[in-house]
Design a protein around this ligand. Structure first.
Ligand SMILES: Nc1ncnc2c1ncn2[C@@H]1O[C@H](COP(=O)(O)OP(=O)(O)OP(=O)(O)O)[C@@H](O)[C@H]1O
Length: 346
Protein backbone atom coordinates (compact mmCIF):
# COMPACT_ATOMS: atom_id res chain seq x y z
CA UNK A 1 0.00 0.00 0.00
CA UNK A 2 2.77 2.44 0.87
CA UNK A 3 6.31 2.45 -0.39
CA UNK A 4 8.69 5.21 0.63
CA UNK A 5 11.90 5.48 -1.34
CA UNK A 6 14.98 7.49 -0.41
CA UNK A 7 12.95 10.12 1.42
CA UNK A 8 14.94 13.20 2.41
CA UNK A 9 13.65 16.28 4.20
CA UNK A 10 15.79 19.37 4.70
CA UNK A 11 14.65 22.45 6.62
CA UNK A 12 16.15 25.68 5.34
CA UNK A 13 15.85 29.06 7.00
CA UNK A 14 17.47 31.50 9.41
CA UNK A 15 20.88 30.74 7.89
CA UNK A 16 20.63 27.06 8.91
CA UNK A 17 20.21 23.90 6.87
CA UNK A 18 18.85 20.97 8.89
CA UNK A 19 18.78 17.57 7.16
CA UNK A 20 16.01 16.11 9.37
CA UNK A 21 15.33 12.95 7.31
CA UNK A 22 18.29 11.49 5.42
CA UNK A 23 17.38 8.80 2.95
CA UNK A 24 14.66 6.62 4.47
CA UNK A 25 13.05 3.63 2.74
CA UNK A 26 9.88 2.04 4.16
CA UNK A 27 7.09 -0.25 3.08
CA UNK A 28 3.70 -0.80 4.68
CA UNK A 29 1.06 -3.34 3.69
CA UNK A 30 -2.70 -3.07 4.27
CA UNK A 31 -3.61 -4.31 7.75
CA UNK A 32 -0.02 -3.94 8.95
CA UNK A 33 1.16 -1.73 11.81
CA UNK A 34 4.62 -0.21 11.65
CA UNK A 35 6.05 1.46 14.74
CA UNK A 36 8.57 4.26 14.31
CA UNK A 37 10.70 4.87 17.40
CA UNK A 38 13.49 7.25 18.27
CA UNK A 39 14.49 10.02 20.64
CA UNK A 40 13.16 13.54 20.41
CA UNK A 41 14.66 15.23 17.35
CA UNK A 42 15.42 12.00 15.46
CA UNK A 43 13.07 13.06 12.65
CA UNK A 44 10.01 10.85 13.31
CA UNK A 45 7.38 13.58 13.02
CA UNK A 46 9.10 15.17 10.04
CA UNK A 47 9.09 11.80 8.26
CA UNK A 48 5.42 11.15 9.12
CA UNK A 49 4.20 14.61 8.14
CA UNK A 50 6.14 14.53 4.88
CA UNK A 51 4.19 11.46 3.74
CA UNK A 52 1.01 13.54 3.45
CA UNK A 53 2.87 16.76 2.60
CA UNK A 54 1.89 18.45 5.82
CA UNK A 55 5.25 20.16 6.40
CA UNK A 56 5.86 23.95 6.27
CA UNK A 57 7.20 25.50 3.07
CA UNK A 58 10.70 25.72 4.62
CA UNK A 59 10.94 21.93 4.32
CA UNK A 60 12.42 20.64 1.08
CA UNK A 61 11.28 17.07 0.42
CA UNK A 62 12.79 14.68 -2.14
CA UNK A 63 12.40 10.99 -2.90
CA UNK A 64 9.17 9.09 -3.53
CA UNK A 65 6.08 8.39 -1.42
CA UNK A 66 4.19 5.78 -3.43
CA UNK A 67 0.65 5.30 -2.14
CA UNK A 68 -0.95 2.44 -4.07
CA UNK A 69 1.66 3.16 -6.73
CA UNK A 70 0.92 6.92 -7.01
CA UNK A 71 3.71 9.32 -5.98
CA UNK A 72 2.12 11.71 -3.45
CA UNK A 73 5.12 14.05 -3.61
CA UNK A 74 4.20 15.02 -7.17
CA UNK A 75 0.38 14.82 -6.89
CA UNK A 76 -1.53 18.10 -7.37
CA UNK A 77 -3.10 19.87 -4.37
CA UNK A 78 -6.70 18.90 -5.05
CA UNK A 79 -5.66 15.25 -5.22
CA UNK A 80 -3.69 15.69 -1.97
CA UNK A 81 -6.76 17.19 -0.23
CA UNK A 82 -8.80 14.17 -1.29
CA UNK A 83 -6.08 11.76 -0.14
CA UNK A 84 -5.77 13.47 3.24
CA UNK A 85 -9.45 13.03 4.05
CA UNK A 86 -10.63 9.96 2.27
CA UNK A 87 -7.57 7.73 2.00
CA UNK A 88 -5.16 8.62 4.76
CA UNK A 89 -5.51 10.44 8.05
CA UNK A 90 -3.41 11.57 10.96
CA UNK A 91 -3.97 11.30 14.72
CA UNK A 92 -1.91 13.97 16.45
CA UNK A 93 -0.85 14.19 20.05
CA UNK A 94 -2.85 16.76 22.05
CA UNK A 95 -6.47 16.35 21.01
CA UNK A 96 -7.59 19.52 22.76
CA UNK A 97 -5.84 21.72 20.26
CA UNK A 98 -6.86 19.60 17.24
CA UNK A 99 -10.61 19.62 18.03
CA UNK A 100 -12.52 22.83 17.31
CA UNK A 101 -13.80 24.21 20.66
CA UNK A 102 -16.85 26.00 19.19
CA UNK A 103 -18.45 23.03 17.41
CA UNK A 104 -20.04 19.94 18.90
CA UNK A 105 -18.09 16.78 18.32
CA UNK A 106 -21.08 15.41 16.37
CA UNK A 107 -20.82 18.26 13.86
CA UNK A 108 -17.05 17.82 13.64
CA UNK A 109 -17.48 14.15 12.85
CA UNK A 110 -20.36 14.56 10.39
CA UNK A 111 -18.74 17.28 8.25
CA UNK A 112 -15.85 15.24 6.81
CA UNK A 113 -18.13 12.23 6.35
CA UNK A 114 -20.52 14.35 4.28
CA UNK A 115 -17.74 15.96 2.27
CA UNK A 116 -15.44 13.03 1.70
CA UNK A 117 -17.16 9.92 3.03
CA UNK A 118 -17.86 6.81 1.07
CA UNK A 119 -20.77 4.55 1.77
CA UNK A 120 -19.58 1.28 3.22
CA UNK A 121 -18.83 -1.11 0.38
CA UNK A 122 -19.65 1.48 -2.31
CA UNK A 123 -16.79 3.36 -3.94
CA UNK A 124 -17.82 6.91 -4.87
CA UNK A 125 -21.44 6.69 -3.59
CA UNK A 126 -22.81 9.97 -2.14
CA UNK A 127 -23.80 9.87 1.46
CA UNK A 128 -26.91 11.57 2.90
CA UNK A 129 -27.02 13.75 6.02
CA UNK A 130 -28.88 11.03 7.88
CA UNK A 131 -26.38 8.34 6.90
CA UNK A 132 -23.50 10.61 7.93
CA UNK A 133 -25.06 11.15 11.40
CA UNK A 134 -25.61 7.41 11.78
CA UNK A 135 -22.00 6.73 10.80
CA UNK A 136 -20.74 9.38 13.27
CA UNK A 137 -22.83 7.84 16.07
CA UNK A 138 -21.57 4.36 15.23
CA UNK A 139 -17.97 5.60 15.19
CA UNK A 140 -18.32 7.25 18.58
CA UNK A 141 -19.76 4.09 20.08
CA UNK A 142 -16.94 2.07 18.53
CA UNK A 143 -14.38 4.17 20.41
CA UNK A 144 -16.32 3.83 23.68
CA UNK A 145 -18.03 7.25 23.71
CA UNK A 146 -21.86 7.06 23.97
CA UNK A 147 -23.55 8.35 20.80
CA UNK A 148 -25.79 10.63 22.92
CA UNK A 149 -22.66 12.76 23.52
CA UNK A 150 -22.74 13.92 19.87
CA UNK A 151 -24.10 17.28 21.06
CA UNK A 152 -21.30 17.87 23.58
CA UNK A 153 -18.35 20.21 23.04
CA UNK A 154 -14.68 19.17 23.31
CA UNK A 155 -14.17 20.77 26.76
CA UNK A 156 -16.93 18.54 28.18
CA UNK A 157 -14.78 15.41 27.66
CA UNK A 158 -11.77 14.04 29.54
CA UNK A 159 -8.34 13.91 27.88
CA UNK A 160 -8.69 10.18 27.19
CA UNK A 161 -12.14 10.64 25.67
CA UNK A 162 -10.90 13.47 23.46
CA UNK A 163 -8.09 11.26 22.20
CA UNK A 164 -10.66 8.52 21.44
CA UNK A 165 -12.74 11.09 19.56
CA UNK A 166 -9.65 12.02 17.55
CA UNK A 167 -9.30 8.38 16.58
CA UNK A 168 -12.98 8.30 15.59
CA UNK A 169 -12.37 11.40 13.42
CA UNK A 170 -9.33 9.84 11.83
CA UNK A 171 -11.42 6.79 10.92
CA UNK A 172 -14.49 8.80 9.81
CA UNK A 173 -13.90 8.51 6.08
CA UNK A 174 -12.77 4.89 6.15
CA UNK A 175 -9.10 5.60 5.40
CA UNK A 176 -6.73 2.91 4.19
CA UNK A 177 -3.81 4.47 6.05
CA UNK A 178 -3.63 6.07 9.50
CA UNK A 179 -0.57 7.90 10.80
CA UNK A 180 -0.64 8.19 14.59
CA UNK A 181 1.97 10.58 15.99
CA UNK A 182 2.44 9.96 19.73
CA UNK A 183 -1.32 9.29 20.11
CA UNK A 184 -1.05 8.30 23.77
CA UNK A 185 1.89 10.27 25.12
CA UNK A 186 -0.03 12.70 27.34
CA UNK A 187 -2.33 10.02 28.76
CA UNK A 188 -2.03 7.90 31.88
CA UNK A 189 -1.00 4.26 31.53
CA UNK A 190 -4.53 2.79 31.81
CA UNK A 191 -6.03 5.13 29.22
CA UNK A 192 -2.96 4.63 27.03
CA UNK A 193 -3.53 0.86 27.03
CA UNK A 194 -7.23 1.36 26.17
CA UNK A 195 -6.41 3.64 23.24
CA UNK A 196 -3.84 1.18 21.89
CA UNK A 197 -6.35 -1.68 22.15
CA UNK A 198 -8.91 0.42 20.38
CA UNK A 199 -6.54 1.24 17.52
CA UNK A 200 -5.50 -2.42 17.24
CA UNK A 201 -9.16 -3.49 17.01
CA UNK A 202 -9.89 -1.00 14.23
CA UNK A 203 -6.79 -2.08 12.33
CA UNK A 204 -7.77 -5.73 12.59
CA UNK A 205 -11.46 -5.17 11.76
CA UNK A 206 -10.96 -2.78 8.85
CA UNK A 207 -7.59 -3.84 7.45
CA UNK A 208 -6.13 -0.35 7.88
CA UNK A 209 -2.39 0.18 7.56
CA UNK A 210 -0.98 2.16 10.49
CA UNK A 211 2.28 4.02 11.05
CA UNK A 212 2.56 4.73 14.74
CA UNK A 213 5.20 7.04 16.15
CA UNK A 214 6.54 7.07 19.68
CA UNK A 215 9.76 7.64 21.59
CA UNK A 216 8.71 4.65 23.73
CA UNK A 217 9.66 1.29 22.22
CA UNK A 218 7.64 -0.71 24.75
CA UNK A 219 4.42 1.11 23.77
CA UNK A 220 5.09 0.44 20.09
CA UNK A 221 5.96 -3.17 20.77
CA UNK A 222 2.48 -3.72 22.24
CA UNK A 223 0.64 -3.09 19.03
CA UNK A 224 2.98 -3.03 16.04
CA UNK A 225 3.85 -5.91 13.71
CA UNK A 226 7.14 -4.32 12.73
CA UNK A 227 9.36 -1.69 14.29
CA UNK A 228 11.75 0.78 12.70
CA UNK A 229 14.17 2.75 14.85
CA UNK A 230 15.32 6.20 13.79
CA UNK A 231 18.45 8.05 14.80
CA UNK A 232 19.64 11.40 13.43
CA UNK A 233 17.25 11.26 10.48
CA UNK A 234 18.09 7.69 9.41
CA UNK A 235 16.70 4.25 10.12
CA UNK A 236 19.22 2.30 12.19
CA UNK A 237 17.26 -0.91 12.68
CA UNK A 238 14.06 -2.55 11.52
CA UNK A 239 12.39 -5.91 11.95
CA UNK A 240 9.44 -7.83 13.40
CA UNK A 241 8.51 -6.26 16.78
CA UNK A 242 9.01 -9.24 19.04
CA UNK A 243 12.37 -10.15 17.54
CA UNK A 244 13.62 -6.58 17.58
CA UNK A 245 12.65 -6.10 21.24
CA UNK A 246 13.94 -9.50 22.40
CA UNK A 247 17.20 -9.32 20.49
CA UNK A 248 18.05 -5.78 19.31
CA UNK A 249 20.78 -5.81 16.65
CA UNK A 250 21.87 -2.16 17.01
CA UNK A 251 23.42 -0.63 20.18
CA UNK A 252 21.05 2.34 19.90
CA UNK A 253 18.00 0.05 19.94
CA UNK A 254 19.47 -1.74 22.94
CA UNK A 255 19.92 1.56 24.78
CA UNK A 256 16.47 2.80 23.76
CA UNK A 257 14.77 -0.39 24.93
CA UNK A 258 16.43 -0.03 28.36
CA UNK A 259 15.53 3.62 28.67
CA UNK A 260 11.81 3.10 29.30
CA UNK A 261 10.05 0.73 31.67
CA UNK A 262 7.89 -2.01 30.17
CA UNK A 263 4.23 -1.58 31.08
CA UNK A 264 3.21 -4.28 33.55
CA UNK A 265 6.79 -5.31 34.38
CA UNK A 266 7.77 -3.68 37.71
CA UNK A 267 11.35 -5.05 37.50
CA UNK A 268 12.06 -3.09 34.34
CA UNK A 269 11.41 0.15 36.22
CA UNK A 270 14.77 -0.42 37.88
CA UNK A 271 16.54 -0.25 34.52
CA UNK A 272 18.76 2.79 33.88
CA UNK A 273 16.72 5.65 32.54
CA UNK A 274 17.89 7.68 29.57
CA UNK A 275 20.91 7.47 27.32
CA UNK A 276 24.25 9.14 28.04
CA UNK A 277 24.99 12.21 25.93
CA UNK A 278 22.78 13.98 23.44
CA UNK A 279 21.75 13.16 19.88
CA UNK A 280 23.99 14.89 17.31
CA UNK A 281 23.08 18.21 15.76
CA UNK A 282 21.66 17.14 12.37
CA UNK A 283 23.18 20.26 10.81
CA UNK A 284 26.71 19.14 11.80
CA UNK A 285 26.94 15.43 10.96
CA UNK A 286 30.18 13.96 9.67
CA UNK A 287 30.88 10.76 7.75
CA UNK A 288 30.48 7.40 9.45
CA UNK A 289 27.97 6.20 12.00
CA UNK A 290 26.05 9.10 13.61
CA UNK A 291 25.68 7.07 16.85
CA UNK A 292 29.44 6.44 17.21
CA UNK A 293 30.02 9.29 19.69
CA UNK A 294 27.54 7.78 22.18
CA UNK A 295 27.97 4.12 21.37
CA UNK A 296 29.19 1.79 24.16
CA UNK A 297 30.41 -0.68 21.50
CA UNK A 298 32.16 1.80 19.22
CA UNK A 299 35.13 0.53 17.16
CA UNK A 300 37.71 2.58 15.27
CA UNK A 301 36.15 1.60 11.92
CA UNK A 302 32.78 3.15 12.88
CA UNK A 303 33.78 6.77 12.27
CA UNK A 304 34.90 6.27 8.70
CA UNK A 305 32.95 3.32 7.27
CA UNK A 306 29.97 3.66 4.92
CA UNK A 307 26.56 3.86 6.58
CA UNK A 308 23.91 1.44 5.33
CA UNK A 309 21.18 -0.85 6.60
CA UNK A 310 22.75 -4.30 6.50
CA UNK A 311 20.85 -7.59 6.53
CA UNK A 312 20.69 -8.80 10.15
CA UNK A 313 18.56 -11.94 9.96
CA UNK A 314 15.35 -12.88 8.15
CA UNK A 315 13.30 -9.69 7.55
CA UNK A 316 15.70 -7.79 9.80
CA UNK A 317 18.17 -5.00 9.15
CA UNK A 318 20.65 -3.08 11.24
CA UNK A 319 22.95 -0.17 10.44
CA UNK A 320 25.55 -1.43 12.95
CA UNK A 321 28.72 -2.72 11.28
CA UNK A 322 28.96 -5.42 13.96
CA UNK A 323 26.20 -7.41 12.22
CA UNK A 324 28.52 -7.93 9.24
CA UNK A 325 30.13 -11.39 9.20
CA UNK A 326 33.64 -10.05 8.50
CA UNK A 327 33.62 -7.29 11.19
CA UNK A 328 35.92 -5.39 11.77
CA UNK A 329 36.85 -5.91 8.12
CA UNK A 330 34.06 -3.87 6.55
CA UNK A 331 33.24 -2.75 3.00
CA UNK A 332 35.01 0.44 1.95
CA UNK A 333 32.13 1.65 -0.24
CA UNK A 334 28.37 1.44 0.19
CA UNK A 335 26.74 -1.34 -1.77
CA UNK A 336 23.14 -2.32 -2.40
CA UNK A 337 22.08 -4.63 0.43
CA UNK A 338 19.53 -7.36 -0.31
CA UNK A 339 15.96 -6.11 -0.75
CA UNK A 340 13.90 -6.32 2.45
CA UNK A 341 10.90 -4.59 4.04
CA UNK A 342 12.53 -1.42 5.24
CA UNK A 343 14.92 -1.11 2.30
CA UNK A 344 18.38 0.36 2.48
CA UNK A 345 20.19 3.61 2.27
CA UNK A 346 23.69 4.67 1.46
N1 LIG B 1 10.10 23.75 11.13
C1 LIG B 1 11.35 23.38 11.36
N2 LIG B 1 12.40 24.17 10.98
C2 LIG B 1 13.68 23.79 11.20
N3 LIG B 1 14.04 22.64 11.81
C3 LIG B 1 13.06 21.83 12.22
C4 LIG B 1 11.66 22.14 12.03
N4 LIG B 1 10.91 21.13 12.54
C5 LIG B 1 11.79 20.22 13.03
N5 LIG B 1 13.07 20.64 12.84
C6 LIG B 1 14.31 19.91 13.19
O1 LIG B 1 14.28 18.66 12.53
C7 LIG B 1 14.81 17.63 13.37
C8 LIG B 1 13.78 16.51 13.50
O2 LIG B 1 12.65 17.01 14.23
P1 LIG B 1 11.32 16.14 14.45
O3 LIG B 1 10.33 17.01 15.17
O4 LIG B 1 10.91 15.55 13.16
O5 LIG B 1 11.83 14.99 15.40
P2 LIG B 1 10.99 13.98 16.29
O6 LIG B 1 11.78 12.74 16.33
O7 LIG B 1 9.60 13.90 15.81
O8 LIG B 1 11.03 14.69 17.70
P3 LIG B 1 9.84 14.82 18.80
O9 LIG B 1 9.65 13.44 19.35
O10 LIG B 1 10.42 15.78 19.79
O11 LIG B 1 8.66 15.37 18.07
C9 LIG B 1 15.18 18.31 14.69
O12 LIG B 1 16.57 18.63 14.64
C10 LIG B 1 14.36 19.57 14.69
O13 LIG B 1 14.98 20.59 15.42
Amino acid sequence: MLEVKDLRVTYRGGGRTVPAVRGVDLTLDAGQTLGLAGESGSGKSTLAMSLLRLLPAAAEVTGQVLYQGEDLLTANWSRMRAVRWAEASVVFQGAMTALNPVHTIGDQLVEPILLHGRRAGEEGGRITDRQARARAAELLESVGVPARRMRSYPHEFSGGQRQRIMIAMALACRPNLVIADEPTTALDVMVQAQILDLLSDRVRDEGIGVIMISHDLSVLGQMCDRLAVMYAGELVESGPSRQLLDDPRHPYTRALSRAFPTIGDPASRMAPAGLPGDPPDPAALGAGCPFAARCPEVHEVCDSSPVALWPAGPARQSACLRVLPGFPNVPTAPHEPEPSPEGARS
